[in-house]
Design a protein around this ligand. Structure first.
Ligand SMILES: NC(=O)c1ccc[n+]([C@@H]2O[C@H](COP(=O)([O-])OP(=O)(O)OC[C@H]3O[C@@H](n4cnc5c(N)ncnc54)[C@H](OP(=O)(O)O)[C@@H]3O)[C@@H](O)[C@H]2O)c1
Length: 295
């Protein structure tokens, strides 16, 4: 099975390539920004029409949530126009497209985890651009939009590796305690994508394996407890953790205050049982600590 992977250098894409390494039945053709600039729609089309592959996986995105507020044109080009072009080109070849999206499509004003049928209502540019992207993708047959939230892993720069670093550098680390969500183990996500790729590659357009899904670890937490679970594993932590509020933090882009993802649809359809977030975070932190926080 041959998979065309876009966003080669990103966190999830790196986890995916690591998961596929050594697998003789899977070949990953990974393209970086240098290979394919996703602001160039003609190049996207040419890359997909010319690729020797059975499935396209889009792990690329403009993920800088605060910068998106002032770079909306770029955010929409990469997060909305590019996936739309990918989906069109994939449809021409009847290739399945798996695209990653985000909990940031929701406003966070909820009293329960979000399900796929809940109405999206993004409150920042990043969320609006990602919502436009998933809608552009899902307008075509044989497409998947998989929403994930708060992704962490041993790879790339992510919340866990970032907090571990900061906790070694600072005396006091203020962490937002009034934002809630479901962390997502990037390595479990990569393993799920790899395991499910053959099913998507073989499935006809009407198969329920296509469509919109939520993927995350089990149980909800706060940003504060998420950071604390990781930092508590590091014997070299110096910082004392102090809770703060989103309002005091005053980031340029507003964040949904509560955006946990319900994974019931995924569980029912793919028989996937998510691990609770805490052991997954602790395992990732332990691995990062033993490798000197190598990302
Ligand atoms: N990380 C999270 O907490 C989180 C949460 C919810 C949803 N998601 C979604 O999950 C997916 C994967 O996220 P991630 O954490 O792996 O992101 P990431 O580490 O920021 O990686 C993003 C990738 O996209 C590439 N990219 C950006 N603009 C590009 C362009 N114009 N042309 C070509 N490539 C471009 C980047 O290339 P460069 O390295 O060259 O910039 C990088 O390889 C995304 O769809 C994201 O929206 C992530």
């Amino acid at each position: 099975m041959k998979i065309l992977l876009l966003g080669k250098t990103g966190q999830v894409a790196t986890a995916f390539q690591a998961a596929a390494r050594g697998r003789e039945d899977v070949e990953v053709i990974a393209l970086s920004r240098a290979d394919l600039d996703l602001e160039n729609t003609d190049a996207i089309r040419a890359a997909i029409l010319g690729a020797d592959c059975d499935l396209v996986l889009n792990a690329a995105a403009f993920t800088q949530v605060d910068r998106a507020e002032t770079l909306a044109g770029e955010a929409f080009a990469v997060n909305a126009r590019a996936p739309g072009e990918m989906a069109r080109a994939c449809a021409e070849r009847d290739l399945p497209l798996v695209h990653l999206s985000t909990d940031a499509v929701f406003d966070g004003l909820t009293d329960r985890p979000y399900v796929e049928t809940d109405a999206p209502s993004p409150i920042n540019v990043y969320g609006r651009s990602k919502l436009a992207g998933e809608q552009a993708v899902l307008a075509h047959a044989r497409t998947v939009a998989l929403r994930v939230s708060w992704v962490f892993s041993r790879h790339g720069r992510n919340y866990v590796s970032f907090m571990l670093r900061l906790a070694r550098e600072r005396e006091v680390l203020k962490v937002v305690a009034d934002q809630f969500g479901t962390p997502t183990d990037g390595e479990a996500l990569a393993a799920f994508l790899l395991a499910t790729a053959p099913r998507w590659a073989a499935a006809p357009a009407e198969d329920p394996a296509f469509g919109l899904f939520h993927f995350a670890n089990a149980d909800e937490t706060s940003r504060f407890d998420f950071a604390k679970a990781a930092i508590d594993r590091d014997p070299l932590t110096r910082a004392r953790l102090e809770p703060t509020t989103q309002a005091a933090f005053a980031e340029p882009a507003p964040r949904p205050p509560r955006s946990p993802l319900d994974t019931g649809k995924l569980r029912a359809l793919f028989g996937f049982t998510p691990e609770p977030w805490r052991p997954a975070v602790e395992r990732t932190a332990d691995r990062l600590v033993t490798t000197g926080l190598a990302g």
